[in-house]
Write a protein that binds this ligand. Structure first.
Ligand SMILES: NC(=O)c1ccc[n+]([C@@H]2O[C@H](COP(=O)([O-])OP(=O)(O)OC[C@H]3O[C@@H](n4cnc5c(N)ncnc54)[C@H](O)[C@@H]3O)[C@@H](O)[C@H]2O)c1
Length: 286
């Protein structure tokens, strides 16, 4: 038995009579290997922790050194974790993800693509380099990560791919995020089309789904951003511009994104593919 963060006991299932302490974690991803890009970020790190608590071995990739702390965090849960400096705009970096997973951790069942940037601003004022950068990290970076792991998943005939899109991949947002919204629409398109392609090519064991977070209390959701009224912390942007349009009237916690990512990796979700699932307090209802 291993003791994880916060004293959670790893490896013991709750008793059938329901009497076992609810804080005892289940280990439903034991024996599986997950690659997570953007794993040093606010949401990525919480997803990595959730996967670790479920027993998955992890390849954690990011351009930021915070990925080392994410890997240390995972190891404290008793799982193996490899931290990689990996820029999703560089094919050579991304191509190593599958090899590291297979060679060092012995498998590759799961991919979560969390790497992303927002770079808010007005389209007419931002230069082409800004547009290109956002598309290259968010959309092309998601493509590169999928392209890197897919042959191994196809060889095994099974795999779970979870892309992190956004509700702004379904709506235009509120202005100031045109490149970001365009990139996330692209991520959803990529997710749906790839799910159809894999099914039609005889790979029913590989599912591809997008999570579309609303305003999350982590990462770019709480950082200061440009708005028409000037720079503003994310929580204030939520209060001023979003809250009234969100039925639950609150921001989303990063753990709520992680719960769905874990579910999409479990056997219980085997029938779900090509979906873009909102975790947004009801902001978008389609
Ligand atoms: N926080 C929110 O409210 C929110 C809402 C909707 C969607 N999202 C999406 O969730 C994902 C995670 O965002 P977050 O809020 O945790 O922000 P974050 O900035 O904390 O995390 C993003 C991570 O991606 C990494 N990254 C950036 N460029 C990279 C590159 N070229 N190669 C590899 N890694 C790179 C960053 O270093 C960072 O660790 C993003 O795709 C974001 O668009 C976030």
């Amino acid at each position: 038995m291993v003791t994880g963060p916060d004293g959670l006991l790893i490896g013991e299932a709750p008793g059938v009579d329901g009497s076992t302490d609810a804080r005892i974690a289940r280990v439903r991803l034991s024996g599986q290997v997950a690659v997570i890009t953007g794993a040093g970020g606010g949401i990525g790190r919480v997803i990595a922790r959730a996967f670790a608590l479920e027993g998955a071995s992890l390849v954690l990739a990011d351009v930021h050194g915070a990925v080392d702390a994410a890997a240390d965090d995972a190891r404290r849960s008793g799982v193996r974790a490899v931290a990689l400096m990996c820029d999703v705009t560089r094919s050579a970096d991304v191509e190593s993800l599958a090899r590291r997973a297979v060679d060092e951790l012995g498998g590759l069942e799961l991919l979560v693509t969390c790497a992303g940037i927002d770079d808010p601003g007005l389209l007419a004022e931002q230069d082409e380099a800004s547009w290109t950068r956002v598309i290259d990290v968010n959309l092309n970076g998601t493509y590169r990560a999928i392209r890197a792991v897919l042959p191994e998943m196809m060889r095994r005939g099974r795999g779970r791919i979870v892309t992190i899109a956004s509700v702004f991949g379904k709506t235009g947002g509120f202005g100031f995020i045109t490149a970001y919204a365009a990139s996330k629409h692209g991520v959803i398109g990529l997710t749906r089309a790839l799910a159809a392609e894999l099914g039609s090519q005889g790979y029913p064991g590989i599912t591809v789904n997008a999570i579309c977070p609303g305003y999350v209390r982590a990462g770019m959701g709480i950082r200061t951003q440009s708005t028409k009224a000037g720079p503003m912390p994310g929580a204030e942007i939520f209060e001023r511009y979003y809250k009234r349009q969100v039925p639950l009237r609150r921001m989303i916690e990063p753990e709520e994104i992680a719960h769905l990512a874990v579910f999409l990796a479990l056997p219980e979700s085997a029938g779900i593919t090509g979906q873009a699932l909102n975790v947004d307090g009801g902001y978008v209802m389609s």
